[in-house]
Design a protein around this ligand. Sequence first.
Ligand SMILES: Cc1cc2nc3c(=O)[nH]c(=O)nc-3n(C[C@H](O)[C@H](O)[C@H](O)COP(=O)(O)OP(=O)(O)OC[C@H]3O[C@@H](n4cnc5c(N)ncnc54)[C@H](O)[C@@H]3O)c2cc1C
Length: 495
Amino acid sequence: MTHNSTSGRPSVLIIGSGFGGLGMAIKLKQASFTDFTLLEKSDRVGGTWRDNTYPGAACDVQSHLYSYSFEPKHDWSRKFGLQQEILGYMERCVEKYRLADHIRFHAEVQQATFDEPSNQWTVTLANGEQLTANVLITATGQLNQPAWPRLNGLEQFTGKVFHSARWAHDYDLSGKRVAVIGTGASAIQFVPEIAPKVARLDLFQRSGAWVLPKPDRAFKRWEHTLFRRIPVWDRLYRYLIYWKNESRALAFTRFRWLLEFRARQSKRDAQRLVTDSTKLKHIIPDYSFGCKRILISNDWYPAINRSNVNLVTNPIDRIDETGVFTSDGHHHAVDAIICGTGFRASEFLSPIQITGRGGKSLNEAWQTGAAAFKGITVSGFPNMFMLYGPNTNLAHNSILYMLESQFHYVLGCLESLEQYPHSAMDVRQDRQDRFTHVVQQSLKNKVWSSGCTSWYLDANGRNTINWPGFTFTYRFATRRVDTADYQFLYPETPN
Ligand SMILES: Cc1cc2nc3c(=O)[nH]c(=O)nc-3n(C[C@H](O)[C@H](O)[C@H](O)COP(=O)(O)OP(=O)(O)OC[C@H]3O[C@@H](n4cnc5c(N)ncnc54)[C@H](O)[C@@H]3O)c2cc1C
């Protein structure tokens, strides 16, 4: 199947239908692009919010800000959205903007190759089908591929094993002995939900998490009425949340002592809510506040304090048929193992074989770590635009704000392409290198590099995940496309 531009405008293939892919599609439609297709490996839109259905799954950013700025929802049930409601919001966007005809489900992209003579991308799906287009936009997210722990003997375990991002809803945990591996952002949400119903929960912790209270509650009826009747109040509310969250970047970027202040608050909460002194000793992290993702929860410490929750800090040695052996030789017999071990964040697009100019693969280009100009374009990969790419994750605000900056920039690129018909734009290597250098220099003295191991760092210890500053700085950097940053290539035969 060929997606040659019929309208004289570039044809576009988007990989993924999470917030990135859907938002980009809406923006393309609003800009009167008609020739675009979203390729989704799953059977439903939603990405993160389709896959993470574990009990208690919810957002850590306030609903009014964790939604598109151009598509307000006035009746969010809570201050912080729950998974199902967020997924419902995304599905309503598909309906409202009539995107269904543009989405192909069960379309897993395995390869994408740039063909220099024609200036086109050819995408190969898992079923062998090939599609071509002028432009490739990747919206595969950073937190899409579950990370499984490498544990000796896991395959021998005869009980139930699953990852929190693929929750086994058909498995009843009531009265079961359960091992939970990991104490990250997902575990902190599902452990308090399952702890009251399981017989025993062995929580295997490599390092503690810094936890702050979640200022969450249901919205009242009058608040919904206000948001609906006075839309400007809804927008002002969003604006206030944005600046409140943005002010946290000051602690990450400028005033590290503010982090110390928050650490003291977290310790005080732990001391108040965890009465078991051994658990308390282990639950408070020994690394700097903010080095790993700061978590927010009101029921984590009470859950840890439960008598049926056993906090295990000895490293896991191996798994056998019936449970988990720790390094002290203790055997923890369990019926189920739940891996709350996060995602392979720094691998980005690597499951897809992407080949650019001169037959160079993206994995080769990224041998020393993922890098992209403004987190969006990679030299040698013309007309390929990444959403939520390297160094565009945040520790303090909504990813949707970053994605919207990227939609704007990509649309700017497509407009540039229209100015140079049939061309493909390739970011200049020196511009990309300069941008990467500035970002990496800026990350050097940040708390994320203060010595802990976290998913922010790749195998080489380089932070290829986080944006080092304010989100408005990123918006400023992506506000317009400077064509001087790009080389425009022409095909041998115009298409
Ligand atoms: C549990 C959890 C909680 C989170 N909480 C927050 C939060 O509180 N605040 C915040 O700002 N962010 C949060 N995030 C980050 C979240 O991922 C982003 O906010 C946002 O949802 C990313 O959207 P995306 O479209 O870029 O990626 P995703 O939502 O990951 O969507 C990617 C899509 O691409 C598809 N795909 C991947 N590979 C292929 C392929 N080869 N072929 C075809 N389709 C493919 C996937 O199936 C998926 O549908 C959270 C993430 C997780 C996992």
